[in-house]
Design a protein around this ligand. Structure first.
Ligand code: DC
Length: 232
C-alpha cells in the first residue's frame, strides 16, 4: 500500500452512525478524526448558556458579535477518545443531550456560523490524513476529498438507535416518539435549509446501513479506503 495520505469525507443524515464508523476507520488507518457536528453543537450550547435562543428564534446580531469569543477544540482523553471543549470546558456530554439536539439545526442553518466553522475545519484538515464527518464535508469543506461517503438509514432505524443510546446514558424521560420526531425534523431542516443543504456529492459512495451491522459497515468502509489508496 502506498503511504499517500488522503482526505476522507463522511456525510449523511443524523443518527445513522456516521461518527462511530468514522472514528473506527480513523483509528484503524491512523488518521485524525474530526466530528464537525460537535462544533455546531458546541455553538448551540454557547447560545443556550447565553440566552440567545427563544423558541425557534436565535438572536443573530448578538451571536454574530459573540462568534470571535467562541473557541472550540478537540482533546484526546485518557482513554484515547476525542472530546469537545468549549472555551476551556469539557462539553462532550452536554452537547449530546436533547436540549442541544433540539436547537442545533437552527444554529447550523446560520450562514455566518457555517462560514466560521468551515474555515476552522479547512485548517484542521489541511495536512490531509483526516476523516471528517458532517453534512457538507464532501460538498463544501473538502470538495476535492479523494474519498467521499454519503451515509443513510431509515428514520425509524435511526431513532431506535439514538433512543437506545439515550437510555444507556440514563435518560428515562425521552420517548422513542420524541426521538423519531426530532430525527425527522432535523432531516427536514438539514435538507431544506438555504445554507449548504445536506446533499450527496456526485462523487460520493452511498452507504445505506439500515440492515448492516457495525462490523459489516466498518469492513466495507475499510475496503473502499484500501481500493482508493491503491489508485492514488
Ligand atoms: O452530526 P450531528 O447530529 O452531531 O450534527 C448536529 C447538527 O449539526 C445537525 O443538525 C446537522 C448539523 N451539521 C451541519 O449542518 N454541518 C455539519 N458539517 C455537521 C453537522
Amino acid at each position: 500500500m502506498n503511504n499517500k495520505r488522503i482526505t476522507i469525507a463522511i456525510d449523511g443524515h443524523s443518527s445513522c452512525g456516521k461518527s462511530t464508523m468514522a472514528k473506527a476507520l480513523a483509528k484503524r488507518i491512523g488518521y485524525a478524526y474530526i466530528d464537525t457536528g460537535a462544533m455546531y453543537r458546541a455553538v448551540t450550547l454557547y447560545c443556550l448558556e447565553h440566552d440567545m435562543i427563544k423558541g425557534d428564534e436565535v438572536n443573530k446580531p448578538r451571536l454574530r458579535r459573540h462568534m470571535p469569543k467562541i473557541e472550540i477544540t478537540f482533546k484526546v482523553n485518557n482513554e484515547g477518545k476525542s472530546e469537545t471543549w468549549l472555551n476551556g470546558k469539557n462539553v462532550e456530554q452536554e452537547i449530546r443531550g436533547m436540549e442541544v439536539s433540539s436547537k442545533v439545526s437552527l444554529i447550523a442553518a446560520i450562514g455566518f456560523v457555517r462560514r466560521a466553522m468551515v474555515a476552522q475545519q479547512q485548517v484542521m484538515g489541511k495536512e490531509k490524513g483526516i476523516v471528517m464527518d458532517g453534512r457538507d464535508i464532501g460538498t463544501v469543506v473538502f470538495p476535492d476529498a479523494e474519498l467521499k461517503f454519503f451515509v443513510t438509514a431509515s428514520a425509524q432505524v435511526r431513532a431506535e438507535r439514538r433512543f437506545k443510546e439515550l437510555q444507556a446514558k440514563g435518560d428515562t424521560t425521552t420517548t422513542l416518539e420524541q426521538v423519531l420526531a426530532n430525527v425527522e425534523e432535523r432531516d427536514r431542516i438539514d435538507s431544506t435549509r438555504k445554507e449548504s443543504p445536506l446533499r450527496q456529492a456526485p462523487d460520493a459512495l452511498l452507504l445505506d446501513n439500515s440492515n448492516l451491522t457495525i462490523e459489516q459497515q466498518n469492513e466495507w468502509l475499510y475496503n473502499e479506503f484500501l481500493k482508493r489508496v491503491k489508485q492514488q
